[in-house]
Design a protein around this ligand. Structure first.
Ligand code: SF4
Ligand code: SF4
Length: 449
């Protein structure tokens, strides 16, 4: 770990127009299809069979591997299918389809024994684990426990939105401030932090006002606010946030806990409060639907597993004119082809797009703009060249696995080179090879001997 300020990234003109739109609950649907993997880790195993009756909150996916997370029924009804369905453009996942019986029967997977402030941190973390809470693509229980073991001194609360339209955090701070504070207080107790810092964009007035009111009303003495000027994308990444807030650059594979910090988001804090005090697992998500094709932008509260098409129709999107659908922001969002793809725990916004001009790819002109914006200081042009020429054995020397696939390099490339896809392909090739350490045996594998 070394001292270094955050460099690179790009400033995307913010669009916070949906911050003022109250959250609406989407009416109950006839069925949901819930993937048993919803984050960057391992999938869970099915815990139900076709024909089973499940109540809302029942566990339908059991985490049998490290890195897997519990998955729960978001409606009550009968399981009608357990099969592979697409959950992103490239991937299928074993998913559980539940026919909604409309009874809203609820059965908590989290036992109640005592109030949270009488529980040990380990007992609370177990409840968060049973609640299947994911934050920023990873299991929150693991992150909080690592934060405790490594003696976190500061809890950073990421309330930035540096890309796209997502207003879920802003609306939660406005509409459910006490629940957000309760969740943050529980997280702070678990990791043992002395201080908590809200990190916000100084111009995002809805969030700034909501936090000021919170600090005044709740008398939160250990909390402070860090206002960033023109926060650049992709500062929502935990380790980059740490570089911007604390001036610490983490080495490859290091976690923020190693620097004495734990980062949580607002939606995760609210989910913690619900799991620990209301015994409700992670079964819903606030999704912002906005963009050029959306005539009625909305913030919708939807059960996990709801097909994206239902949200788009409620927001007046002409599905015939839609040529591309992004789950997430313009740069980090996943492009999905099928509007029936379900909403998962990590989807905070939908952006439908119309016809776009075909990309014109020219040869690299060596301008080095891609290098200047790379937040982890890689050489995207060189990596792209190594991948396209098949020089896979050199990718490690240029730290290809450090790439966070933020898309900044492709965004600024004047030649329109598909840098992110090429680097992602290189990472996939690299991950299939044994780690190169100079050993003759490993080299023999590389050389095909
Ligand atoms: S996609 Fe990878 S190489 Fe490109 S800017 Fe982001 S981290 Fe750097
Ligand atoms: S930004 Fe594009 S054209 Fe410029 S050096 Fe990088 S890959 Fe080449």
């Amino acid at each position: 770990m070394k001292k270094k300020r955050f460099s690179g990234g790009i400033y995307l003109k913010p669009n916070w127009s949906t911050d003022d739109i109250p959250v609406e609950t989407l009416p109950a649907l006839s069925h949901v299809t819930i993937p048993l993997i919803q984050h960057d880790g391992a999938p869970s195993d099915p815990a139900v069979q076709i024909g089973d009756h499940v109540a809302m909150g029942c566990r339908i996916g059991s985490p049998s591997n490290a890195g897997a997370v519990s998955v729960h029924a978001s409606v009550s009804g009968v399981v009608t299918d357990v099969a592979r369905y697409p959950y992103s453009a490239q991937r299928n996942a074993v998913s559980v389809t539940i026919e909604n019986d409309g009874n809203h029967e609820f059965a908590s997977p989290i036992p109640y024994d005592k109030a949270w402030h009488e529980s040990t941190p380990a007992e609370i973390v177990e409840k968060i684990r049973l609640g299947g809470i994911i934050d920023n693509g990873s299991p929150l229980a693991d992150r909080l426990w690592e934060g405790r073991e490594r003696r976190t001194d500061t809890l950073y609360i990421n309330a930035l939105s540096t890309e796209g339209y997502s207003s879920a955090d802003a609306r939660l701070l406005v509409e459910q401030p006490q629940k957000a504070v309760l969740g943050l207080t529980i997280c702070k107790y678990i990791v043992g932090a002395e201080n908590a810092v809200f990190v916000i964009d100084e111009k995002r007035t809805v969030v700034a006002d909501a936090i000021s009111a919170l600090l005044a009303d709740e008398g939160l003495k250990d909390y402070s606010v860090l206002k960033l000027k023109k926060a650049r994308y992709p500062l929502q990444e935990d380790r980059l946030l740490l570089a911007a807030c604390r001036g610490i650059e983490l080495c490859e594979g290091a976690s923020t806990a190693e620097a004495g910090c734990t980062v949580v988001g607002i939606a995760a804090a609210v989910a913690v409060a619900e799991a620990v005090t209301e015994l409700t697992p992670s079964i819903w998500r606030i999704v912002t639907i906005a963009g050029p094709l959306v005539s009625l932008p909305k913030n919708l509260l939807v059960p996990i597993g709801t097909p994206a098409r239902c949200l788009l129709e409620v927001c007046g999107v002409d599905l015939g004119a839609m040529k591309k659908l992004l789950f997430g922001g313009a740069l980090s969002g996943r492009s999905v082809q099928d509007p029936e793809t379900p909403i998962t725990k990590t989807v905070n916004s939908l952006m439908p797009l119309g016809a776009m001009p075909a990309p014109s790819t020219l040869p690299c002109i060596g301008c080095r703009r891609c290098r200047a914006v790379c937040p982890v200081r890689l050489e995207p042009a060189r990596l792209s060249r190594l991948v396209t020429t098949g020089a896979v054995d050199e990718l490690d020397e240029w730290y290809i696995m450090e790439c966070i696939q933020c898309g900044c390099c492709a965004w600024v490339c004047p030649a329109g080179i598909n840098l992110v896809q090429q680097i992602a392909y290189g990472k996939m090739l690299r991950s299939r090879l044994p780690r190169w350490n100079g050993a003759p045996a490993a080299k023999a594998v590389y050389d095909g001997e």
